[in-house]
Design a protein around this ligand. Structure first.
Ligand SMILES: *[C@@H]1O[C@H](CO)[C@@H](O)[C@H](O)[C@H]1NC(C)=O
Ligand SMILES: *[C@@H]1O[C@H](CO)[C@@H](O)[C@H](O)[C@H]1NC(C)=O
Ligand SMILES: *[C@@H]1O[C@H](CO)[C@@H](O)[C@H](O)[C@H]1NC(C)=O
Length: 626
C-alpha cells in the first residue's frame, strides 16, 4: 500500500473562529513514509497529529485571551509553563509541516499563517507576563520563565533555519537583512531569560547541605528537587540556546562575587552566547543533586530536604530531613537538563541517568516495559475494549500503566498539581526527541567526539526512546478518553481507560491511594504547613507566633502567587492521602457529577496543557520509528 501525501484538514469547531482553521496543512512525514512499511506504520500518527493540533487550537481559543495577552485562569508560573508548551508545539509544527511546495505555494502560505498566528500569542504573552511580580516570587517560579523564553528562542531559530532551506524569495534576496520577523523578538526573549536566570542564581547556597538551590527565600531553608532540576535545565539551556544579551536593564544590586552564597555572577557585563558560567552552573548543580540522596527506594525523586533542628538553634547544616512526597514533575524537569549536559560534554552517562529515571517512572505507573503492557491488565473488562472496571492499585506514580499524581484519583489536585504531568511530558519529549527534531546540532564539537562515536550514542539513545512508545501510546489513549464534548482534556488521564463515574469513586478502595506516610507532606496540594519545619518562627514556637515579616501570612502572597498557595492553620500537615485541602473543599460541591474529571478544579488551561504535552511527546518520540 502506498500512501501519498495526506492532507490534514484542520477542522473548524464552534469555538474556533480563526480564518486559518479550515486550511489544509501538509505533513512532511508522509513523504518520508513513501515506502510501504513506513507508510502503514505511521498512519495512526496522523490522528495523533490532528489531535495534537486540535489540543493547541482549543487551548488558545478557549483559554487564552488575546486582549490581555495571557491565560487569565492561570497563575504566574503555570502561565509560563503554558507558553512553553505553545512554543514547543510551534517548533514541532514547523518541523513537521511542509513549509513550501514549489508547485503549490498556497500550502506554504497556510502553514506560515498558522505558525505566525500562534507565535503572535507568544508575543502578546511576553507583555501579558507579570514579570514584575515574578521577580519577587520563589526561585522555581523564576526558572519556569527562563525555560519558557528559551523554548521560544529555539522555535524561532529552528523555524528560521527551516524557512531558509526552502525557496523563500525574500530571504534569498537579502539574507543578511531580511529574515522571518520572529527573529526581531529574540533579543527581548533572551533578555528576559537572562534577567530571570540571574535573579534565580541568587538561590544557590553553599552554607547549608554543601550546595544546592533554596526553594523560597521567605521560608525555612528547603532544598527541593524542582528548584534544583530547574536550575540544571535552565542553566544548560542558557549555555546551549541563549544568543547573548547586551541590554543591561534593569539595574539590580550587584552580587558579591566573594560571597560563598552566590555563584560568581557579575552584573553590568555583556552576556554572550555560550557563556561558561551557564555550563559550570548546570554541572555544579547536577553534581550536588546527584549526591544529595534525594531519590527513594523506587528510584524516584522525593520532594526535597529540610535541615533538622534548624529552627531550634542547633548547628546542623546537613540536608537530613527528607519530604518523601513524590510528584510527577520532579521526575521530569531534569531530563532536558541531562540531555543538555550530554550535548555540551559528550558524556553518555548523562543520557544513561535520564533513561534510568524514565524507566523508574514507567515502572511506577504499573507498566511492564519488557512485556510492553500494564502489570494490572487482568481486571474484568467491560464490553468496550480497553475499559477496566475495577480500579487498579496505586503503583507509586500511577496505575494501570498511566501516569498519575497522588491527588488525581481523588480529584483533589491543586492548580500546581494540575500542571505537573504536562511538565513531565514536555521534558521527556525534549529528552527523547530524535536529533533532527532536537535543534541545530546534536553534540557540541568541543566535546571532541568523532562522528562514529556520536552515531553510536545516537543509535543507543534512539533504541531506548523507541522502547517507551508503547507506554506513551497507552497514556495518550487514556488521556484522549478524558476529553469532553468540546474536546477539552481532563486532569486524571487514567479515567479515560476506566468505566467509572465520580459516584463510584466516592469511596476509594483500599490500595487506591499511596499508603499514609507522615514523612510525605503534600504541600503542593494541601498548602505549606505553618509549622517550624517550613516557616521561619521567632523561636521555634508554634505557627500562631509567626509574626515575622519574612513569614508568609495566610492572606499574603506566598510561593509565587497569592491566588493558590496558602499557609495552613498552625501545625496542620496534610499528607499525601489528605483529601481535605482548601482547594478540594472549595470545589467539593461538584463531586456528584458523573464525569470523574469534573471533580475538584475540573478542566482547566493546565489540564489542557497536559493533554497537549502528552500528544506532542508521542508525536515527537514516534519520529524514531520513521
Ligand atoms: C555544634 O557542633 C559541634 C561540633 O560539630 C558539637 O560538638 C556541638 O555539640 C554542636 N552543638 C549543638 C548545639 O548541636
Ligand atoms: C538517604 O535518605 C533516606 C531517607 O531520608 C535515609 O533513610 C538514608 O539514611 C539516607 N542515606 C544517606 C546515605 O544519607
Ligand atoms: C459501565 O458500567 C456500567 C455499570 O456501572 C454498565 O452499565 C455499562 O454498560 C458500562 N459501560 C461500558 C461501556 O462497558
Amino acid at each position: 500500500m502506498r500512501v501519498g501525501w495526506a492532507v490534514v484538514a484542520v477542522l473548524a469547531t464552534a469555538v474556533s473562529a480563526v480564518p486559518w482553521s479550515s486550511l489544509p496543512l501538509r505533513l512532511k512525514r508522509d513523504q518520508q513514509g513513501a515506502n510501504e512499511a513506513d507508510a502503514c506504520r505511521s498512519l495512526p500518527d496522523f490522528h495523533v497529529f490532528h489531535d495534537m493540533f486540535a489540543a493547541l487550537r482549543d487551548m488558545q481559543h478557549v483559554y487564552f485571551q488575546r486582549w490581555i495577552g495571557t491565560w487569565p485562569d492561570g497563575i504566574d508560573w503555570t502561565r509560563a509553563v503554558m507558553a512553553t508548551h505553545v512554543a514547543a508545539l510551534l517548533r514541532t509544527l514547523s518541523e513537521e509541516l511542509e513549509l513550501a511546495q514549489p508547485t503549490e505555494a498556497g500550502h506554504a502560505t497556510s502553514t506560515e499563517h498558522v505558525i505566525s498566528g500562534y507565535f503572535a500569542d507568544l508575543i502578546a504573552y511576553y507583555f501579558g507576563q507579570d514579570a514584575f511580580a515574578i521577580r519577587n516570587q520563589a526561585y522555581d517560579d523564576m526558572l519556569w520563565v527562563v525555560l519558557g523564553w528559551l523554548e521560544s528562542i529555539q522555535f524561532v531559530d529552528r523555524y528560521t533555519e527551516l524557512l531558509s532551506s526552502v525557496s523563500y524569495p525574500e530571504l534569498a534576496a537579502a539574507p543578511e537583512t531580511e529574515t522571518w520577523y520572529g527573529n526581531a523578538w529574540v533579543p527581548a526573549f533572551a533578555h528576559r531569560a537572562r534577567v530571570f536566570w540571574e535573579l534565580a542564581a541568587k538561590g544557590w547556597d553553599t552554607q547549608l547541605c554543601g550546595g544546592g538551590m533554596v526553594w523560597n527565600p521567605r521560608l525555612m531553608p528547603y532544598k527541593n528537587a524542582i528548584t534544583n532540576q530547574l536550575f540544571i535545565s535552565a542553566s544548560i539551556g542558557m549555555y546551549l540556546h541563549f544568543p547573548g544579551d547586551l541590554n543591561t536593564s534593569p539595574f539590580v544590586a550587584a552580587l558579591h562575587s566573594d560571597s560563598p552564597n552566590h555563584l560568581r555572577v557579575s552584573l553590568y557585563r555583556d552576556w554572550r552566547a555560550h557563556d561558561p558560567v551557564f555550563g559550570t552552573s548546570a554541572q555544579e548543580a547536577h553534581r550536588w543533586l546527584a549526591s544529595s540522596n534525594m531519590t527513594n527506594a523506587q528510584g524516584l525523586y522525593a520532594d526535597g530536604f529540610h535541615i533538622s533542628g534548624y529552627n531550634s538553634g542547633g548547628n546542623n547544616t546537613r540536608c537530613d530531613e527528607r519530604d518523601e512526597m513524590v510528584y510527577t514533575y520532579n521526575q521530569g524537569v531534569i531530563l532536558s537538563g541531562l540531555l543538555g549536559l550530554f550535548r555540551a560534554t559528550g558524556r553518555e552517562r548523562y543520557l544513561a541517568e535520564g533513561h534510568m529515571l524514565v524507566r523508574n517512572v514507567i515502572r511506577a505507573t504499573g507498566y511492564d516495559l519488557a512485556r510492553d503492557r500494564p502489570v494490572d491488565d487482568d481486571h474484568p473488562r467491560s464490553s468496550k475494549p480497553g475499559m477496566i472496571q475495577r480500579l487498579p492499585a496505586w503503583r507509586g506514580l500511577g496505575r494501570a500503566g498511566v501516569l498519575e499524581d497522588a491527588c488525581d484519583v481523588a480529584g483533589a489536585c491543586s492548580q500546581d498539581a494540575q500542571t505537573f504531568k504536562g511538565i513531565w511530558m514536555h521534558h521527556f519529549a525534549g529528552f527523547c526527541a530524535p536529533p533532527a527534531a532536537a535543534g541545530r546540532w546534536w553534540v557540541d564539537p568541543a566535546a571532541g567526539l568523532d562522528d562514529a562515536a556520536v552515531e553510536a550514542i545516537r543509535a543507543r539513545h534512539a533504541a531506548a526512546c523507541r522502547g517507551y512508545l508503547g507506554w506513551l501510546r497507552h497514556n495518550a489513549a487514556a488521556a484522549l478518553g478524558t476529553r469532553d464534548e468540546r474536546g477539552l482534556f481532563g486532569m486524571w488521564w487514567t479515567a479515560g481507560l476506566l468505566n467509572v463515574t465520580a459516584a463510584d469513586l466516592g469511596r476509594l478502595p483500599a490500595g487506591a491511594l499511596p499508603a499514609p506516610d507522615p514523612a510525605a507532606v503534600d504541600y503542593r496540594n494541601g498548602g505549606v504547613p505553618a509549622d517550624s519545619v517550613w516557616v521561619r518562627l521567632p523561636s521555634g514556637g508554634d505557627g500562631s507566633q509567626a509574626d515575622d515579616d519574612d513569614a508568609p501570612s495566610p492572606r499574603g502572597r506566598f510561593d509565587g502567587d497569592g491566588q493558590d498557595q496558602r499557609v495552613l492553620a498552625a501545625g496542620r500537615r496534610s499528607t499525601s492521602t489528605s483529601r481535605g485541602s482548601k482547594r478540594g473543599a472549595e470545589f467539593s460541591g461538584k463531586a456528584d457529577v458523573g464525569d470523574p474529571n469534573l471533580r475538584g478544579r475540573g478542566r482547566t488551561v493546565e489540564t489542557q496543557g497536559g493533554g497537549l504535552a502528552l500528544l506532542r511527546a508521542l508525536w515527537v518520540v514516534s519520529g524514531h520509528e520513521l
